[in-house]
Design a protein around this ligand. Structure first.
Ligand code: ADP
Ligand code: MG
Length: 288
């Protein structure tokens, strides 16, 4: 069987999405200030694809992630696995069943795993929570799924009894990836998932994400300010600046033939980027 499922429709389609934050600098009666962040962003992620979104800090990457997760309001259209959704305004009127459907299709992993995990609960409980909330399975079935998930994210069963503070930051990130996967979403949005980790631990987490992509056919929107990480992990890359997508293409294209001056600057600025020529295979894991 091939790596990609037969369904050719994209897992995620973002069309012409714009957004602005409205704030009042001088209290509730102050003048409204509008800050435009996203400017007609469009991108598509195919099923089973590792898609990287890269750009400098503050360019709007997290904002786009929040739009996809339905957490903030936007203009434009976002379709996740065939499920169309408007912004928050639309979401507010949606039946909760629709929101639940979205939760089953897309989940997120964030930079700071310590903040994402309830510190007083044990890992087993944390992993089981999404299943309990969605009333999936019996207690025994849920426990079995928790055991399987621990194995999938590379932790042994003894970790079930631990609390987040008894884990290293890499292990915490494994648990939060596990929590995100419990409902078996087809798409994961990973927003700077390794930026808070040491380089070597971060590399292990990237490898885990790649394994999950291989094993589960999971699609990934990997968000990072670091082009070398994106290049290491992803099949496709979109470069964002000031809320606009400057260019997108396969990782090889972006690396060997960047069209935009800003992309060339980003490439130059990365000291650790493996240097190669088109005929030296840089990322031989692709051949696996
Ligand atoms: N809740 C908010 N209210 C107002 N402005 C915000 C809010 N969240 C983010 N911003 C602004 O939007 C811009 C994009 O932020 P963000 O999407 O977090 O960037 P990135 O993730 O690329 O670093 C930044 O200039 C930031 O200051
Ligand atoms: Mg961000």
């Amino acid at each position: 069987m091939g790596k990609y499922p037969l369904d050719a429709s994209p897992i995620l389609s973002v069309k012409d999405v714009s957004n602005a934050y409205i704030s009042r600098r001088y209290g509730a009666f102050g003048k409204k200030e509008e800050k435009k962040v996203l400017n007609h962003v469009s991108l598509e992620i195919a099923r089973g694809e590792l898609f990287g979104l890269v750009g400098e800090s503050g360019c709007g990457k997290t904002t786009l992630g929040k739009c996809i997760l339905g957490l903030i309001d936007y203009e434009g259209e976002i379709t996740i696995d065939g499920l169309k959704s408007g912004g928050m305004r639309a979401a507010r009127y949606q039946r909760s069943s629709l929101r639940r459907t979205r939760a089953v299709k897309v989940q997120a992993v964030f930079q700071n795993p310590a903040g994402a995990l309830n510190p007083v609960m044990r890992v087993g409980w944390l992993l089981e929570e999404p299943l309990r909330v969605h009333a999936i399975g019996t207690k025994a079935e849920r426990e079995k799924q928790v055991d399987e998930m621990l194995d999938l994210v590379g932790l042994d069963l003894s970790y079930k009894k631990r609390k987040p503070r008894e884990l290293s930051s890499g292990q915490k990130q494994r648990v939060s990836i596990g929590c995100a996967l419990m409902l078996r979403p087809k798409l994961i949005i990973a927003d700077e998932p390794v930026s808070a980790l040491d380089v070597s631990v971060g590399a292990q987490i990237l490898n885990l994400l790649r394994d999950l992509n291989r094993k589960l056919g999971l699609s990934l929107l990997f968000i990072s300010h670091n082009l070398s990480l994106v290049y290491y992990l992803c099949d496709k890359i979109a470069v964002m600046r000031k809320g606009e997508i400057l260019e997108q293409g396969t990782a090889e294209d972006i690396y060997s033939n960047p069209q935009n001056a800003y992309t060339r600057e980003l490439l130059k600025a990365v000291p650790g980027l493996p240097v190669g020529t088109p005929d030296t295979p840089l990322r031989d894991y692709r051949a696996l």
